[in-house]
Ligand binder design. Structure first.
Ligand code: SF4
Length: 447
C-alpha cells in the first residue's frame, strides 16, 4: 500500500514496529487507507469539535471512527487525495499535531476525572500539569504516564512507563514500570510534581543513551538511580507492584460501589448529577453516530464529550430526568448502554478489511460470537479475538484468546496471543462449544 502514498507518510508496518506512532499530520497506512489518529487534550472533545470530526470522517475518511485504549480517536480510510482537506478541516479546532512531536498526548486519565466522588485528587488538573512537563522534554513516541487518582476507573489494562498515583487527598507516589516495578514512597503531591521535570529529563537522556524505547526495558539499577537522583528515592523504595486501594477497601460499602467502573450504563457523580457511559461495539462507530452524540450533547446543554480509555464515550453532568431521552437517542445510534451486553465480553482488533495483515473480519466474527454468548459482567473483557498473531488489542493473557490462523483459530485458554495454543478449531466449532457451555463453567471448560 505504501507505494500509493506521498513519501512523508508512506510508513510501513516495519516502521511501526520500531516505535513510531501515527497522528493527524503523519497518518499510518492501513488496509482500508490511511489512519489518522487524533489526540484530544485530556481525552475531551467539545460537541462542536465532535461535529467537525464526524464530518471529516464522512468526507475525507471512509466514515468509520475508532476510540483507542488511550482515549484517542482514529479516522479510518483517509485517502492521499483527501489528507490535505482533512488537515485543513481539523486545524482550526486545535486538534492539529503539526509542529508537535510524539507522544502527542503523554497522559491517560479516568474519563470521570474531576467528577468522581471517590477520586482522591483532581486527575484533570494533575494531567494538565504533567502534559506541560512532558512536552518540555524529548520522550520516545509511545511514552505513557497514567494519572491514577482513584475512583471507579482503573487504568490497569494499560502498560505505562510511569504511573502517577494518588494515595491520599494530598499525597501521591510514582511507579516506574519494569520487572519488578519501582516506586517511591508516597509524598506530598507538590513535592512529587516539583521533582517530576527532573525525573523526565533524566529518563529522556537514559532512554536516548541506551536506545530503549520504554522505561520497562531499563535495568533495575538504572531505574533506581534515576529515582534517587530526582530526589524521589530518599523516602524509601518499594519494589512490589502497586494497585489502588478500591473504594470498598477504604471503608465504603462494597455493595454501594463496584470495584471497577462498568463500560456502559449510568454513574452518579459527586455533584449528584449523572454520567452516561456508552460503548461503540468493539470500539468502532460510524461518523454519523459521532454526529448524533455531538447533537445530543448540544441538546442536553453539555459542553464536553469525554473519551474513555475503555474505548467508550462519557456524557457527564446529566440530570436524572434527562436520562431516558439521552439513552433512547444513544441506543438509536447503535451504542451499547447496558453493562451486561455480551459484546463487552469480547476484545478485538481492527481486522479485515481495515488491516492488511488480518486473517478474518474480526468485528463481524466477534458480533457473531457475542450473539451466542450469555450476557455477563463486563467490567473486563474475557475473550480476545485477534485477527492475526500480532495481538494489537491485547498482548497479555485473558480467560480465552482466539487467534485467526488461516482457516482455523488457535485456541488459547488463560493465555495471550503468543502463548502455546491448546488446539486449533474452525470458528463455527468454537462458537458451538462456547454457546453450549453450561452456566457457571469457566471458558476453559469449553475446550
Ligand atoms: S492484530 Fe489485528 S490489527 Fe493488529 S496487525 Fe493483526 S490483524 Fe492487524
Amino acid at each position: 500500500m505504501s507505494h500509493l502514498l506521498p513519501p512523508h507518510f508512506a510508513l510501513s508496518f516495519d516502521t511501526m514496529a520500531r516505535g513510531w506512532c501515527p497522528g493527524l499530520t503523519r497518518p499510518m497506512a492501513s488496509g482500508d487507507g490511511l489512519l489518522a489518529r487524533i489526540h484530544p487534550p485530556l481525552g475531551t472533545l467539545t460537541p462542536q469539535q465532535a461535529l467537525v470530526l464526524s464530518e471529516a470522517a464522512h468526507q475525507e475518511g471512509n466514515g468509520l471512527i475508532d476510540i483507542t485504549s488511550h482515549g484517542n480517536l482514529q479516522i479510518r480510510g483517509v485517502r492521499a487525495a483527501t489528507h490535505a482537506a482533512l488537515l485543513a478541516r481539523l486545524a482550526p479546532l486545535g486538534l492539529d499535531d503539526a509542529g508537535l512531536r510524539a507522544p502527542y498526548r503523554a497522559t491517560v486519565l479516568s474519563p470521570l476525572a474531576g467528577l468522581d466522588e471517590a477520586e482522591l485528587m483532581n486527575g484533570r488538573i494533575l494531567a494538565e500539569q504533567v502534559e506541560t512537563m512532558a512536552r518540555a522534554v524529548l520522550l520516545p513516541p509511545k511514552f505513557l504516564i497514567t494519572i491514577e487518582t482513584g475512583g471507579l476507573f482503573a487504568l490497569d489494562h494499560l502498560r505505562p512507563d510511569l504511573r502517577l498515583m494518588a494515595t491520599a487527598p494530598d499525597r501521591a507516589q510514582l511507579v516506574l514500570a519494569g520487572a519488578p516495578p519501582l516506586a517511591c514512597a508516597p509524598m506530598k503531591a507538590e513535592q512529587l510534581l516539583s521533582a517530576l521535570p527532573h525525573l523526565l529529563h533524566m529518563l529522556s537522556a537514559l532512554l536516548e543513551e541506551t536506545g530503549a524505547r520504554r522505561v520497562r526495558r531499563l535495568t533495575g539499577n538504572a531505574r533506581r538511580a534515576v529515582l534517587v537522583q530526582a530526589g524521589l528515592g530518599t523516602a524509601g523504595l518499594e519494589t512490589a507492584p502497586l494497585r489502588h486501594t478500591p473504594a470498598s477497601e477504604r471503608g465504603e460499602s462494597p455493595a454501594a460501589r463496584p470495584r471497577r467502573a462498568p463500560r456502559a450504563g449510568i454513574i452518579v457523580l459527586k455533584n449528584g448529577r449523572c454520567a452516561l457511559l456508552a460503548a461503540p461495539p468493539f470500539g468502532q462507530m460510524s461518523a454519523r453516530a459521532l454526529e448524533g452524540v455531538a447533537r445530543l450533547a448540544e441538546d442536553l446543554g453539555l459542553d464536553e464529550i469525554r473519551l474513555s480509555p475503555l474505548r467508550g464515550l462519557v456524557l457527564a453532568g446529566l440530570g436524572v430526568q434527562q436520562l431516558p431521552r439521552a439513552q433512547a437517542r444513544l441506543a438509536a445510534l447503535g451504542l451499547i448502554l447496558r453493562a451486561d451486553d455480551s459484546r463487552l465480553r469480547i476484545l478485538t482488533c481492527a481486522g479485515a478489511p481495515a488491516c492488511a495483515r488480518a486473517h478474518c473480519n474480526s468485528h463481524a466474527l466477534a458480533s457473531q460470537l457475542a450473539a451466542h454468548l450469555p450476557s455477563g459482567p463486563s467490567d473486563d473483557a474475557e475473550i480476545h479475538l485477534s485477527a492475526c498473531l500480532k495481538g494489537c488489542a491485547r498482548r497479555e493473557a485473558l480467560a480465552l484468546t482466539l487467534v485467526a490462523m488461516g482457516e482455523d483459530f488457535a485456541v488459547i485458554p488463560d493465555g495471550g496471543p503468543l502463548d502455546a495454543p491448546l488446539m486449533r478449531l474452525p470458528f463455527a466449532q468454537i462458537v458451538h462449544r462456547l454457546s453450549t457451555l453450561p452456566a457457571g463453567h469457566t471458558l476453559r471448560a469449553a475446550f
